[in-house]
Design a protein around this ligand. Sequence first.
Ligand SMILES: Cc1cc2nc3c(=O)[nH]c(=O)nc-3n(C[C@H](O)[C@H](O)[C@H](O)COP(=O)(O)OP(=O)(O)OC[C@H]3O[C@@H](n4cnc5c(N)ncnc54)[C@H](O)[C@@H]3O)c2cc1C
Length: 643
Amino acid sequence: MSDLWKLGDDIADTAAPDGPVETRWERRQFSAKLVNPANRRKLTVIVVGTGLAGGSAAATLAEAGYRVRSYCYQDSPRRAHSIAAQGGINAAKNYRNDGDSVYRLFYDTVKGGDFRARESNVYRLAQVSVNIIDQCVAQGVPFAREYGGLLDNRSFGGTQVSRTFYARGQTGQQLLLGAYQAMERQIAAGAIEMHARHEMLELIVVDGRARGIVVRDLVTGEITCDFADAVVLASGGYGNVFFLSTNAKGCNVTASWRAHRKGALFANPCYTQIHPTCIPESGTHQSKLTLMSESLRNDGRVWVPQRADDKRAPGDIPEDERDYYLERIYPSFGNLVPRDIASRAAKNVCDEGRGVGPGGLGVYLDFADAIARLGRPAVAAKYGNLFEMYQRITGEDPYEVPMRIYPAVHYTMGGLWVDYDLQSTVPGLFVIGEANFSDHGANRLGASALMQGLADGYFVLPNTISNYLASGPFEPLSADHEAVVAARTAVEDRLSRLLAVDGDRTVDSFHRELGHIMWEYCGMERTEEGLTKAIGLIRGLRDEFWSRVKVPGTGEQLNQNLEKAGRVADFFELAELMCIDALHRRESAGGHFRAESQADDGEALRHDDEFGYVAAWEHGETPTLHKENLEFEYVHPSTRSYK
Ligand SMILES: Cc1cc2nc3c(=O)[nH]c(=O)nc-3n(C[C@H](O)[C@H](O)[C@H](O)COP(=O)(O)OP(=O)(O)OC[C@H]3O[C@@H](n4cnc5c(N)ncnc54)[C@H](O)[C@@H]3O)c2cc1C
């Protein structure tokens, strides 16, 4: 403990059934209360977010007969960030007959997460994965097929089987179109009321239950309140706290953070995924980074020159003067080691002065062998759109010269704490998709986010939320209820405060500086000294933000500066909690690498006895830590090796 945080009581996931892991989900479904179809019409659910998690949940709940009101800040539900997902979605179908199974997907995910995820959740995820593919195929999602007509698969990091289903390099887009069409059908049927360009700015909690949200119409600035029997947050991840990330620019933490301030615990905020294959930063003008899908590591070989400061063009460096370092250090998994491992290895070779490109912050991802082996048309068929994207951004042709890549912030494993039912610590508030912390532990395996978002939305939540809704409908609420007035006033006051500062620094300049602090001290490598320093810097910058930020315009109009200012204000608070979480976890696990805790060979060193728990934080002047102890009955914690 320190003066930065307090220790509270342990918590437990009381919704999780025990007994054999294979039947836990079936037993939970059977024990959960049901709502009969005629009563579902009397129950309303608000779903914030229309990405793969929110879109699939809204469509499924409406199809089941509930009244759904859906919110997103984009101008259309199908512009949610999920549309950017490139490489694929995992499922244990074993179409390749290469030894895959539900158990193996479960095993890979628990191990890949560095033994910091719940076994019950992960097993369910692996079970449900097979249903997702059937559901999406039935919707017409055009997954790639192999010559026999079966759906094709490729490999992703951290596995030795091929279980990733894909639609070229646009899998997220195609899956989201499927979910969106399912939603549209319900919108047309009047079962979903869609509110695009509305941002949730507060959660309404009445008598301890989540009963609604306060939203701002982003076009007119109008503030309204909406009430329901339950609220589902599917508002995505918070990687943009780092300013530069592969996430869409709009991704933010506000919906989750507002819920956190209203009592929802925030779990493992420091677990950030740094993706190894992104296009390196090219200058200070940049506002985001671009991912090059992990699927490229199926055929691309990662290397750097053997010698430091070797400035020769890649084609001039002979084979025996190259270091295919992933293949050398991790012969079993080679270029397909998990992301945390590949990112750290890239950082290490760059730290040794062997990085390539401007500033030495890059490594090569080379397709020469694949092109020679498979031919250019075959490589283009698999990765054509990614190659084109790379060429447009860098001006270099990856068919001719190797890609240059470098790690970048990509995904957040942390999020609001939920139990097995995906319910947060605020009754009636459910959290799904990247917004919750649930299934990936300290490191998410590639192609598992789409799997989790759709598992939550199509299959898990629609079953578990009924257990809660069976006690509804709850008391009708009116706009003059004390809790509603307080929530609405808080939103109005906050917006007025942001506008009133009228300082001399842009929101972006604060966000960029915050991101820099986070990347420097809470990024790929963290130390006690760095994190302590970061907390001081964040606090100082936050005070400056509230006295110097300039938000032009008014609140009664389309005002993107005001939107951004609110999000950055929340990022400041989140950033501090991330650093506190990273500081308290004096071990390395997955995406959280503490320099003080490494093995002799430089790999991450966990301390299971001391830190084998989920860190769930309660909001307060000084945050309070609640530990959820993790137990492993099936996949026993071991040193994670990909060698
Ligand atoms: C470039 C890129 C490529 C990726 N590729 C893959 C891949 O190949 N495979 C894989 O498994 N994963 C991939 N991922 C990760 C994956 O795309 C995401 O984790 C996943 O799509 C998140 O889905 P979601 O539904 O939880 O959230 P999102 O898709 O982020 O949706 C969030 C929704 O919430 C809404 N929202 C947020 N806040 C508010 C608010 N305050 N008020 C109202 N609405 C709000 C937004 O409008 C949006 O509709 C990739 C990620 C990136 C960045």
